[in-house]
Design a protein around this ligand. Structure first.
Ligand SMILES: Cc1cc2nc3c(=O)[nH]c(=O)nc-3n(C[C@H](O)[C@H](O)[C@H](O)COP(=O)(O)OP(=O)(O)OC[C@H]3O[C@@H](n4cnc5c(N)ncnc54)[C@H](O)[C@@H]3O)c2cc1C
Length: 459
């Protein structure tokens, strides 16, 4: 009787799971394991809570066979492998800087005992690092990457193995409990593989074709909300792409836009693979000399931003949604991030940290490169000098003010788009909404002055 270990990480599902298939093929029984890593849990925040819900669903899907342990992964995995006599530990290949370092440690610990860490598949349709240009170099700009990514293609989804022989816990009763907790808030908040598939198919049938027109509208709230499911690997993007290709609406503008958004996720993972330092440092150094603010006065402004009390309704609605739901609409992520960097003149990593601590879908590659895109320090050709106007963005993408009123009760009395500009209404501040903490027009000019100085174009 041979046993292999399947070590789950960002792949908490059983279908379309290349590493699981490899484990099943290589042994008579598979021991399913998850390791709670204190390093990751230390900054887990709402993600840790959501992870528990996902683990509870996975545990149920394995008929209770999932073993959960807390500890340093190299020690926990090597010890388990020795106890059950597993020659192979199967994983999906990790691409974050910490995940790669950790896996190197685990690989070395296993090799010391003549055992092997086997990497099969990844959380992406195309594994990070695989899409290269004709000179064998990584792409630095999104559009050519997306084209090459599409041309590269991806295999069909793998089947869910019919009958997996799960190995028994070698130390029966030692597996830690998982606490399903509230699971998650809002639509698509249910955790686990079944919930992820249900959410995806609901979106595919109901909202995909209108996605092209509606994806920028936080008031309509018709985006897929798959980010959190993708974050924990409850669904593989290949499954999504294959079902999308078979759908009658696959030629629609909505479908094309949706695939492009998935490609952004793949692009950012690829960038992080090639340039791990870009997680917390400016990717391009053209703005290296940029002057950012700090100190007590700035801290008070940042606190107002975090609490949703800037006096700019679209920004505040987003920040309140973030705290309440652990999720924020993409358009609003861009505008709130821009506000921190370009209206409050704060360097992007501090905002990226705050988002990661509060987003259930918090993902180092997408989040930190999303922030760099906004800050103008990232890969993309996005103009560094573009400064989102928080008022006109709100009026354009929440034209009836519904999104703002949903999150800001102090503005519930203002009808339609008036909710975006309480300063214009005689009773705008009657219910406790704060006045603007900065003057956007002035801060925009200040940002442009600082850019000129940083680039050596100004005085
Ligand atoms: C400042 C900032 C921070 C962000 N932080 C994160 C994060 O921590 N985790 C995260 O998953 N996404 C992040 N994004 C990207 C995007 O906002 C979310 O993926 C999206 O809002 C999730 O909602 P959805 O699943 O309904 O998206 P949909 O619009 O339905 O898109 C489908 C999927 O495509 C991917 N996607 C969409 N837009 C992007 C994008 N701009 N970049 C990368 N992938 C994208 C996501 O996997 C998403 O689930 C961030 C964007 C910005 C501007």
């Amino acid at each position: 009787m041979t046993i292999s270990i399947l070590w789950f990480r960002r792949d908490l599902r059983l279908a379309d799971h290349p590493a699981l298939l490899a484990a099943v093929d290589s042994s008579d029984e598979v021991l399913p394991v998850f390791v709670r890593d204190p390093v990751l849990l230390a900054r887990g925040g709402v993600r840790a809570e959501r992870l528990e819900a996902s683990l509870a669903a996975l545990s149920a899907d394995t008929g209770g066979a999932l073993i959960v342990r807390t500890g340093e992964p190299a020690a926990v995995i090597a010890e388990l492998a020795e106890t059950v006599g597993a020659d192979q530990v199967h994983v999906s290949r990790e691409s974050t800087p910490y995940g790669r370092r950790r896996d190197d440690r685990v690989r070395r610990a296993l090799a010391g005992d003549g055992r092997e860490l086997v990497e099969t598949g990844s959380p992406y349709a195309v594994g990070p690092g695989r899409v290269l240009n004709k000179s064998g170099e990584p792409y630095r700009v999104f559009t050519p990457f997306a084209r090459a990514w599409h041309d590269h293609g991806w295999p069909e989804p793998g089947d869910r193995p019919d009958d997996i022989s799960w190995a028994a816990d070698p130390d029966s009763g030692a597996s830690e409990d998982v606490d399903p907790g509230p699971g998650g808030a809002g639509r698509g908040g249910e955790a686990g593989e079944q919930a992820a598939l249900a959410r995806w198919r609901e979106f595919l049938h109901e909202d995909l074709t209108s996605y092209g027109d509606q994806r920028d509208r936080p008031d309509l709230d018709t985006t897929s909300r798959l980010s959190v499911h993708l974050k924990y690997g409850e669904i593989h993007p290949r499954t999504i792409l294959a079902e999308l290709a078979d759908h009658p609406g696959s030629d629609s503008e909505g479908a094309r836009r949706f695939v492009t958004e998935l490609a952004w996720r793949e692009f950012y993972a690829d960038v992080l693979w090639h340039r791990p330092r870009s997680a917390w440092r400016d990717l391009r150094d053209t703005l290296e000399g940029m002057d950012y603010d700090e100190g007590p006065e700035t801290a008070a402004l940042v606190e107002a931003w975090q609490q949703g009390l800037t006096g700019y309704p679209f920004v505040d609605a987003g920040m309140r949604q973030l705290r309440a739901e652990g999720w924020m609409h993409n358009r609003v992520r861009m505008v709130t991030a821009s506000f921190l960097v370009k209206d409050l003149h704060v360097w992007w990593p501090s905002g990226a940290r705050y988002f990661l601590d509060h987003l259930r879908d918090g993902d180092l590659a997408s989040n930190n490169h999303g922030w760099q895109w906004v800050a103008g320090t990232g890969t993309d050709a996005s103009p560094y000098f573009r400064v989102f106007n928080p008022v006109t963005q709100g009026v354009k993408f929440d034209p009836d003010g519904d999104y703002v009123r949903r999150w800001i009760p102090e503005l519930a009395h203002l009808s339609g788009a008036a909710a975006h500009e309480p300063w214009r209404a005689a009773d705008g501040y009657d219910h406790g909404y704060p006045e603007r903490i900065v003057d956007h027009a002035e801060e925009r000019r200040e940002t442009l002055r600082r850019y000129d100085r940083a680039r050596g174009d100004g005085s």
